[in-house]
Design a protein around this ligand. Structure first.
Ligand SMILES: CCCCC/C=C\C/C=C\C/C=C\C/C=C\CCCC(=O)SCCNC(=O)CCNC(=O)[C@H](O)C(C)(C)COP(=O)(O)OP(=O)(O)OC[C@H]1O[C@@H](n2cnc3c(N)ncnc32)[C@H](O)[C@@H]1OP(=O)(O)O
Length: 224
């Protein structure tokens, strides 16, 4: 495949386009810890067999916690700036549903450079991501792939939006088990970035996906 879509020399800084950006290191450790606790809470609520008294007490405690957090908020669209060990910088949304570090509904998935090229990451999805009994919901399998594939394009200097995503479900993807997600750019053509990736459990591919990401057409980068 032709490789003629030039990566942008430097990732666009979302601040230049009016977005708020939070550097990851400025997220308080206490917030990271709270998010983990809320993930655990969501799982506990989803599976509880507690009685009425316990449930009422828990609801009141959660409502009180919620009230404490109703102060100043980050706006929707706020971005997070994450630094890679090799010095590269990546931007994502703070509350990204798959990878957002402050989103308790995100597993979360964090991708890093893979020794063989492209990116790899790990995630464990608990019972709140369930579709068929004991298995990850197919929509979430697709979401993991979409995120990984988008990150691979972005890490290659070509951030964009998914225009097309094709997923093949090869084997069931288990809950509560370590999943390995890999992704890479396979080719480019003008603003089109072709990416592919896989989800594996115990070395076995459970799902594979390909996507077309269309690179952002930003002023000053020449478009095509
Ligand atoms: C603003 C500055 C902020 C800077 C931030 C910096 C970095 C951060 C950026 C991104 C974050 C990075 C990673 C995030 C990771 C994962 C997130 C998960 C991914 C998503 O969750 S993302 C949400 C779902 N996604 C959408 O919400 C897209 C809706 N959609 C559109 O917004 C448009 O549709 C768009 C933009 C896709 C294209 O629009 P457009 O006007 O820019 O481009 P155009 O139509 O001209 O297409 C150009 C060439 O692509 C071909 N093409 C287009 N679509 C095709 C298709 N479907 N099939 C086959 N070919 C297709 C054309 O045929 C042409 O091809 P050719 O060059 O050969 O003529």
């Amino acid at each position: 495949m032709t490789v003629d879509a030039k990566p942008v020399a430097e990732l666009p800084d979302p601040r230049d386009f009016g977005f708020s950006v939070v550097p990851e290191e400025e997220i308080p450790a206490e917030l990271v810890s709270l998010v983990e606790e809320v993930r655990s809470l969501v799982d506990a609520v989803a599976h509880t067999k507690a009685g009425a008294e316990e449930l009422t007490a828990a609801r009141e405690a959660v409502a009180a916690a919620s009230d404490r957090l109703k102060g100043e908020r980050h706006g929707v669209g706020t971005m997070i700036q994450q630094s890679w060990p090799d010095g590269r910088v990546e931007y994502g949304t703070l509350t990204n549903i798959v990878a957002g570090p402050t989103n308790a509904a995100a597993p979360p998935l964090r991708m890093e450079a893979a020794p063989e090229g492209g990116l790899r990451g790990e995630a464990v999805l608990n019972g709140t991501y369930q579709g068929p009994p004991g298995l990850v919901h197919g929509g979430w399998v697709a979401a993991l792939l979409d995120q990984a594939l988008g990150s691979a394009a972005s890490a290659a200097g070509m951030p964009g939006l998914t225009a097309n995503l094709d997923v093949n479900y090869r084997n069931p993807t288990p809950l509560d088990a370590p999943l390995e997600i890999t992704a890479r750019v396979s080719g480019t053509e003008r603003r089109k970035v072709f990416v592919s990736g896989e989800i594996r459990h115990d070395g076995q591919v459970t799902a594979e996906g390909t996507a077309l990401m269309v690179r952002m057409n930003l002023p000053g980068d020449g478009g095509a």
